[in-house]
Design a protein around this ligand. Structure first.
Ligand SMILES: Cc1cc2nc3c(=O)[nH]c(=O)nc-3n(C[C@H](O)[C@H](O)[C@H](O)COP(=O)(O)OP(=O)(O)OC[C@H]3O[C@@H](n4cnc5c(N)ncnc54)[C@H](O)[C@@H]3O)c2cc1C
Length: 369
């Protein structure tokens, strides 16, 4: 094993959460090294980019976490855009959740945050929506970011310009822990060489793969398959969030269609005929005429899921090893608040009561028996 110099903050995983945290530290003049096994497999390049705090029907602390993040996002994105010179496609376009029965609508967890739409309103909001939907809720406060084509690249560029060092193709095989303190990581490099990388503090942000590095983290992959179709520009203004499928319209008429939720997928790669069929059925059920629009791409990825579907954030039992993983279906939404919170925690800065509550609620300790 060869020896490398010390780095102030070591980020393990260069996906959406890793980049968001790296950016936060780097713009505050920290020396940051990001070890990334494979940037292209990151769920950050897969997600639909919805900021769907209310449309997802989040509840309790998770709802507050999403709402707080939505407050931070505009300023955070502006800073990334200014630093990177890349527009991220942030839009508060509103998300419509359609229902077949009024009773279902009234039971929706975030019902009180939405605007009620009867069938006529629904058809005004969503040109061409399937008449099987009787009513809907419009969450005007929800929106989207173009993570796949813009945000991830913007973050990478902003990080680089702030001096973040990236080691792509570097897989952390083991954490090196001495006297309950992380002192480094054993890394398999793209060259096949195994190196020791020293560190003062590390943050584990390895998404769906986190358990492979730190066995105590109960994160597992939930595969999602996606495709995109090209619609007429501005045909769809709002996101439609159906029970099984959603349609996310970008400004250029591209519509991102997602996503399957495959809980037993393990890390099985690739799109499947069954997965694509489900998405096509979803398109038909929401917006029938869109089934004739040209399909552009299809792709897949792995959501980092935990047993209670909530993230794992904060300290670990190893001193100087911090955790930011398990963001499941809402990592894009939660990226701003996660980076902000982790920066404060690692720096021992004073935290607001709400922030303390988040750390308590999302601590790894909740899984201890
Ligand atoms: C189909 C789908 C649709 C989604 N849609 C939305 C949405 O609309 N809105 C929303 O808010 N969220 C959405 N998400 C969720 C969001 O994408 C994730 O929560 C988020 O990307 C998680 O970020 P992460 O950095 O933890 O993981 P990732 O972005 O997956 O990054 C993890 C990175 O860690 C690296 N890594 C793993 N192991 C190692 C190792 N040993 N050494 C070094 N590096 C390692 C990986 O190579 C990877 O690049 C969606 C996810 C999927 C899959």
């Amino acid at each position: 094993m060869t020896q490398e110099t010390k780095n102030s903050i070591l980020i393990i995983g260069g996906g959406l959460i890793g980049l968001s945290i790296a950016y936060e530290f780097a713009r505050n003049n920290f020396k940051v090294l990001v070890l990334s096994k494979n940037r292209n497999e990151s769920a950050g390049f897969v997600a639909a980019g919805m900021l769907a705090t209310h449309a997802e029907g989040l509840e309790d602390e998770l709802l507050k976490f999403g709402q707080e993040s939505q407050i931070l996002i505009p300023k955070w994105i502006k800073s990334i855009e200014q630093d990177s010179s890349i527009k991220c496609g942030l839009k508060q376009c509103g998300i419509v959740v359609p229902f077949k029965k009024e009773a279902d609508l009234k039971e929706f967890p975030t019902y009180k945050y939405g605007k009620y739409l009867d069938q006529k309103d629904l058809q005004t909001e969503i040109n061409g929506i399937n008449p099987i939907w009787e009513c809907g809720l419009l969450f005007e406060q929800d929106g989207q970011i173009d993570n796949r084509r813009r945000l991830m690249r913007a973050l990478e560029r902003a990080c680089s310009l702030h001096g973040v060092q990236f080691q792509e193709g570097s897989e952390v095989k083991d954490l090196i822990v001495e006297k309950n303190k992380i002192t480094g990581a054993k890394v398999l490099c793209a060259t096949g060489e195994v190196k020791r990388i020293n560190c003062e503090k590390a943050i584990l942000c390895s998404g769906a793969w986190s358990k492979k590095i730190f066995n105590k983290i109960p994160v597992f992959p939930v595969k999602g398959q996606m495709l995109s179709i090209q619609g007429p520009t501005h045909f769809l203004r709002r996101v439609i969030f159906g029970p099984k499928t959603y349609l996310v319209p970008r400004d250029d008429g591209l519509i991102v269609v997602g996503a399957t939720v495959e809980k037993d997928s393990k890390f099985n790669q690739g799109n499947t005929p069954k997965g694509i069929k489900k998405l096509q059925e979803g398109i038909l059920s929401l917006l029938p005429e869109a089934i004739n629009w040209p399909q552009m791409e299809h792709w897949w990825g792995f959501r980092p899921c935990t047993p209670d579907l909530q993230p794992i954030l904060g300290k670990s039992e190893i001193e100087n090893l911090f955790l930011a993983t398990g963001h499941y279906r809402n990592g894009v939404l939660f990226s701003a608040i996660t980076s902000n919170l982790l920066f404060k925690l690692v720096q021992n800065k004073s935290l607001k009561e709400t922030e303390k509550n988040f750390l308590k609620k999302f601590s790894l300790d909740r899984f201890k028996i």
